[in-house]
Ligand binder design. Structure first.
Ligand SMILES: CC(C)=CCC/C(C)=C/CC/C(C)=C/CC/C(C)=C/COP(=O)(O)O
Length: 257
């Protein structure tokens, strides 16, 4: 009766007593007693290899490049997460990072814009604030949809102690703070008349909010980079769908006193 070891070896096609692993492209025609050969009718040519097996065993160049990028992303993000906990290298800066986090949070932006809209007494201000509210809500929805589709978990070194979150915020791709920072930054620079030093401050705020996401350990770098791109692109959508008394009279009627 064959021993379990010798039957395993026979299944692997090994004749020298050693198990060898070959990718499908390296294999020659199946060994006479291999399972694939046994399934073929007598005299038939070797069956083509199933495509999904080839893809698993021979990752494409793009696949290798992507996995390498993700590995670098995880490694670098962990190293940059210097405020991820009180005991981290820059743990003493964590409270300041958390204040920066709140400055880019959805709630203060939504409530502030809503309050401004209720208080505004010029139609120009109402138009800008109504569009800012639309931009912030669109951003929330888009980030929630992408997070729900991608479902990338937050970095393992993240401590989930964030100020008010919604269910999809357990996922990290993309960073909602980074999308909001890029979107608000473009919006403010385009629609608020600001002196140059203030314009520089707005850009710096957006950059600091974004960098702080990785430093707090909330995100990997790719979450933040994609978030910035998404926020930048969403502003284009807001401009395209710009709400005005001419295009959305019913909405403006709601806010006119
Ligand atoms: C006030 C108005 C007009 C509407 C409120 C609508 C609403 C449901 C708001 C929810 C806001 C909220 C809880 C946003 C979550 C923000 C957050 C924690 C994002 C996560 O950011 P990330 O950078 O860690 O991905």
């Amino acid at each position: 009766m064959p021993s379990p070891r010798s039957s395993r070896e026979r299944r692997a096609g090994g004749s020298s007593g050693r198990l060898e692993f070959l990718s499908l492209s390296q294999r020659g025609p199946a060994a006479p007693d291999s399972p694939s050969r046994r399934r073929e009718p007598a005299g038939a040519a070797a069956a083509p290899l199933p495509e999904e097996d080839c893809m698993k065993l021979n990752p494409s160049f793009v696949g290798i490049a992507l996995s390498s990028l993700l590995a670098i992303d995880l490694w670098a993000s962990k190293r940059l997460g210097v405020c991820a906990g009180e005991g981290s290298a820059w743990g003493s800066a964590r409270p300041l990072m958390k204040v920066i986090e709140v400055s880019g949070h959805g709630i203060p932006w939504l409530l502030g814009t809503f309050y401004g809209l209720c208080q505004s007494d010029s139609s120009a201000a109402r138009e800008v604030l109504l569009n800012l509210l639309f931009a912030l809500l669109l951003d929330l929805v888009m980030v929630a949809v992408v997070k729900g589709l991608v479902r990338r978990p937050r970095p393992t070194h993240n401590k989930m102690d964030m100020f008010v979150t919604i269910s999809v915020d357990k996922y990290s791709f993309p960073s909602g703070h980074a999308t909001r920072a890029a979107l608000v930054c473009r919006f403010v620079l385009r629609h608020l008349v600001l002196a140059v030093p203030l314009r520089v401050l707005v850009v710096l705020w957006a950059l600091i909010v974004s960098i702080s996401r990785v430093m707090l350990g909330r995100h990997n770098m790719t979450d933040v980079l994609f978030g910035l791109l998404l926020g930048y692109a969403l502003y284009g959508v807001v401009e395209h769908c710009w709400l005005s008394p001419a295009t959305a009279p019913a909405l403006f009627a709601l806010w006119s006193h």
